[in-house]
Ligand binder design. Structure first.
Ligand SMILES: Nc1ncnc2c1ncn2[C@@H]1O[C@H](COP(=O)(O)OP(=O)(O)OP(=O)(O)O)[C@@H](O)[C@H]1O
Ligand SMILES: [Mg+2]
Length: 224
């Protein structure tokens, strides 16, 4: 049974690729509704695999997932996600299934672009955007669909330090203002200052969780 206080709830997930090496093993985590949690772990620990399972792109062999809908996914590399020629068209593209009027689509697109401070770029071709702007457009796509859950796989990996902290602060504000539940994968420990909580994944299992600052200090002390 799902506890409705969680926006994301993962129970005892097992996942392996066909040749059988276990990637996730009895992996469980809960993100409270309306909170911004981060997922950390060394390369290959299973973070992207877990996010892909949550996004429905992979099916686990065992376990259960409960998630508030609709869900939005932001990839590490926005070039894998932005498909239309211009900013406005790309954000609108995610709305095609919703059978909205043209006016309603326009309103949703503008509102989502305004939320990520990119309204002036509505007519800009995608190729003429910076990496940080592309990440924001991908987030605007999820906001336009009124997503209640946001999954972000290393959204700041390609960004410089200033743009990185701007993006994380912006997502933190959006989560709070819109009561979104967000799970954000990162390797950058300074981002933990913006999180409500964090999980540490090791060999496909959550081995530590809770206070992000406590986790940050623990990881800073751990030699790599
Ligand atoms: N398509 C695939 N086929 C087979 N094995 C895969 C595939 N994709 C990932 N793996 C393996 O699954 C394991 C977990 O990978 P995953 O991408 O989830 O790690 P990650 O924690 O996101 O790492 P990183 O920090 O490098 O992004 C790794 O050992 C990886 O080699
Ligand atoms: Mg990854």
């Amino acid at each position: 049974m799902n506890d409705s206080s969680f926006g994301i709830s993962v129970k005892d997930i097992d996942f392996s690729w066909s040749y059988g090496v276990p990637i996730l093993q009895s992996c469980s985590l809960d993100v409270p509704k309306g909170e911004f949690w981060m997922l950390l772990g060394t390369n290959g620990s299973g973070k992207s695999t877990l996010l892909r399972i949550l996004a429905g792109l992979l099916t686990p062999q065992k376990g259960e997932i409960f998630m508030t809908e609709p869900m939005g996914f932001v990839f590490q590399n926005p070039d894998h996600q932005l498909v239309m020629p211009t900013v406005g068209a790309d954000v609108a593209f995610g709305l095609v299934k919703e059978k909205l009027s043209l006016v309603a689509i326009k309103d949703r697109v503008r509102e989502a672009l305004a939320a990520v401070n990119l309204l002036d770029l509505e007519r800009r071709p995608i190729y003429a955007l910076s990496g940080g702007q592309k990440q924001r457009i991908a987030i605007a796509g999820a906001l336009a669909r009124h997503c209640e859950v946001l999954l972000l796989d290393e959204p700041t990996a390609l960004l410089d330090a200033d743009t990185q902290l701007e993006l994380v602060a912006q997502v933190q504000r959006l989560v709070k203002n819109r009561n979104i539940t967000a799970l954000w994968v990162t390797h950058r420990l300074d981002e933990l200052d913006y999180a409500d909580g964090a999980f540490l994944l090791e060999a496909g299992k959550v081995v530590a969780q809770g206070d992000p600052i406590f986790l940050k200090e623990k990881l800073l002390k751990t030699p790599n």
